[in-house]
Every structure is written in structure tokens, then in C-alpha cells.
Design a protein around this ligand. Structure first.
Ligand code: ATP
Length: 331
């Protein structure tokens, strides 16, 4: 019997993506188009959804062309069901429903956050890791236990990706802000004192953002500020991670999500893993940000456990927390 093939459609926020993955984890294609707001503005949900509507046909056709497959050869259609921006989620879900109906293929809803973790596991070979998920929508330290991914620590306010993006936006850097802050941080030399807030296993970043912006307005050098912002923000999540490692006694540490592309963050978490004699894994940069590939792979995992949804019931869930999702494929 041939391996199952899944088309995954991603549209939670800035990225419209389509990816095709097979049951054995082979990535046939990864096609994306990213909505980038004008400098000085954040993501506007309706504008982002309009962007997705415009690029969707081209991105999906490109995924089939790169994979050298015809639509009829696909076995499963998976889509990002949430969490995310409502108008954006609805674009991807509508297209997935139409394809599922037209091609007579099963439709599988996927939780976007879990898809980040599962693609990172596939990519690195991590089996049962404590996972740090850091992106624009998430900052959470999670581990699998008793049928679900459980949260051991998370942000109490904004995410790590938000912190970097909002800081970048306010100081006039282009979005996404993370790579820009990283680039400038490498040139920074002087450490500027900024507030460090860890409460138990949770972190809070909004005070750090306000303080960093205040320093910027006071004329502190931007490269020094980027350097210090990264040091403080990453040390906070690293401290919470270290405590979660001691608590869960996991033997693997996995870094996933868009912010995982950051070299300094990778270095900090790797050194913690080394100290605790834990194997460190980091998702490859090509798979760290939002993509249809992560949705397709999670679609395959879910479908193999009998999960699918009727088109009439396939509503999106903009606030679908990852610890609300049963994970039968890991039990
Ligand atoms: P989610 O996936 O949780 O819904 P999202 O769609 O914003 O959120 P991703 O595409 O996974 O998330 O990640 C985007 C985030 O990653 C942005 O905040 C961006 O600034 C950040 N990022 C990307 N590259 C880097 C980098 N090199 N250093 C730090 N942050 C980075």
C-alpha cells in the first residue's frame, strides 16, 4: 500500500502556506507567502486575510507543482483550525473545505501550536522532549503527559515573539522584528539594566518592553539595547525552562516556533541542557516559522488515529489552547 499523502493549509496569522507531506515524514513541498505590514504597524487581521485570499491559489498550485503531484493524488486535507486571527483562519478553512468536498478527501483540523511541536519532533528526531515553544502567538514550556501536552510554564502577558516585534516596530525596524533585533544585538557591547520578571515557572515580558522603549527614548544606543533585551528576555525563559527540566526530569529539550531561529536563545538553552545532561534539539530554521508542512504532518498523525471532521462542523477556533487537545498518536 502506498504512503498516505497530506496537503496542509496554514493561515493563522501572517503566513499563507501550503505543504505536502507523506506518512513516512517526507516533505514533498513547502510553499508560502507572508503578509508584511508597512513599517510602524502591526498585523491588521482583515488586511492579512485579504492577502491570504489573493495569494492562496498561487501558493497551493505551487505546492503541487514543486511536489510534482496532481490534486487527486492527495489522501488527506488538513487545515489550521486555531488558535489564530479569525479572518485569517477562515480563509484557510474555507479553501480546505472546498478542496475536501471537490476531491472527496477527508478533512482534518489541526491545532497550530501542536503542529509547531510535532514538526520540530519530526525534524530533529526528539521523542519525548520538554518543549519550549516560542513564536509570535506562543511562549510556553510544555511536555507530554497522560494524553495531552501539559503546560509547565508560560508567559503571563505578551509572547517572546511579540516582545521582539513590538520593540522593533516602535524603534522603526521592519517586521518581523526578531531577526532585526538579533542582527543589531550582535553589534551591541554594553549591557543595559532592564527588568527581569520570572514568577514561579512563568515569565512576563510587558514590563521589559516598556522599560526598553523608555531607554530608547532616553537616547540609549540601539545595538546595546537589542543586545540587553535579548539577554534579559532569553535568560527569563531559560530560567523557567531549567526549573521545568528539574521538575519533569525529561531527558530531551526541544526548541520550536519562529523565535527558535535565534542563535543566542539556542545557545542559552543548549548550555542548560548540557548542565542537566539532557539532549538538546532545535528545529531547523526552514521549519521554525509557520508553514503548511507542519499542518500536513500533524494532519497525518491525527488521521492515522481516526481523527477527521465533517465539513459542516469544521468551524475555526481562534482561542484553541494546546492543552485542550487530546493527542492519541503519542499515547
Ligand atoms: P504562532 O505560530 O504562535 O501562531 P506566529 O505565527 O507569529 O505565532 P512564527 O511564524 O512561528 O509565529 O514566528 C514568528 C515570530 O518569530 C516573530 O515574532 C518573529 O519576530 C520571530 N523570529 C523569527 N526569526 C527570529 C530570530 N532570528 N530571532 C528572534 N525571533 C525571530
Amino acid at each position: 500500500m502506498k504512503d498516505l499523502l497530506c496537503l496542509g493549509i496554514e493561515s493563522t496569522a501572517h503566513t499563507f502556506g501550503a505543504g505536502i507531506v507523506s506518512e513516512d515524514g517526507k516533505i514533498y513541498s513547502d510553499s508560502r507567502d507572508v503578509y508584511i505590514p508597512v513599517i510602524g504597524r502591526g498585523i491588521h487581521p482583515t488586511e492579512a486575510a485579504q492577502h491570504h485570499n489573493i495569494v492562496a491559489p498561487r501558493v497551493i498550485l505551487d505546492a503541487f507543482r514543486k511536489a510534482d503531484l496532481k490534486p487527486g493524488m492527495i489522501d488527506i486535507i488538513a487545515y489550521s483550525c486555531g488558535p489564530g486571527l479569525g479572518p485569517c483562519l477562515r480563509v484557510g478553512a474555507t479553501i480546505a473545505r472546498a478542496l475536501s468536498t471537490y476531491l472527496c478527501k477527508p478533512l482534518v483540523p489541526v491545532n497550530h501550536a501542536i503542529a509547531h511541536i510535532e514538526i520540530a519532533s519530526l525534524n530533529t528526531g526528539a521523542k519525548d522532549p520538554l518543549t519550549v515553544l516560542v513564536s509570535g502567538g506562543h511562549t510556553a514550556i510544555v511536555a507530554y503527559a497522560a494524553g495531552r501536552w501539559r503546560i509547565y510554564g508560560e508567559t503571563e502577558d505578551i509572547t517572546l515573539g511579540n516582545l521582539l516585534d513590538m520593540f522593533a516596530r516602535e524603534v522603526g525596524l521592519p517586521l518581523p522584528g526578531g531577526p532585526e533585533v538579533e542582527r543589531l544585538a550582535e553589534m551591541g557591547k554594553i549591557f543595559i539594566d532592564l527588568p527581569y520578571t520570572v514568577k514561579g515557572n512563568d515569565v512576563a515580558y510587558s514590563g521589559l518592553l516598556s522599560a526598553a522603549l523608555r531607554k530608547y527614548r532616553d537616547g540609549v544606543d540601539l545595538t546595546d539595547l537589542c543586545f540587553s533585551l535579548q539577554e534579559v528576555a532569553f535568560a527569563m525563559i531559560a530560567e523557567a525552562t531549567e526549573r521545568s527540566l528539574a521538575h519533569t526530569e525529561k531527558k530531551e529539550l526541544l526548541l520550536s516556533g519562529g523565535v527558535a531561529a535565534n542563535k543566542r536563545l539556542q545557545g542559552m538553552l543548549e548550555s542548560i541542557a548540557r548542565e542537566h545532561n539532557v539532549k538538546f534539539y532545535c528545529v531547523d530554521k526552514s521549519l521554525s516559522g509557520d508553514s503548511g508542512v507542519q499542518i500536513a504532518w500533524n494532519g497525518i498523525l491525527a488521521y492515522r488515529c481516526g481523527l477527521r471532521i465533517d465539513v459542516e462542523k469544521s468551524l475555526v477556533k481562534s482561542r484553541w489552547r494546546l492543552d485542550q487537545v487530546d493527542i492519541p498518536w503519542r499515547s
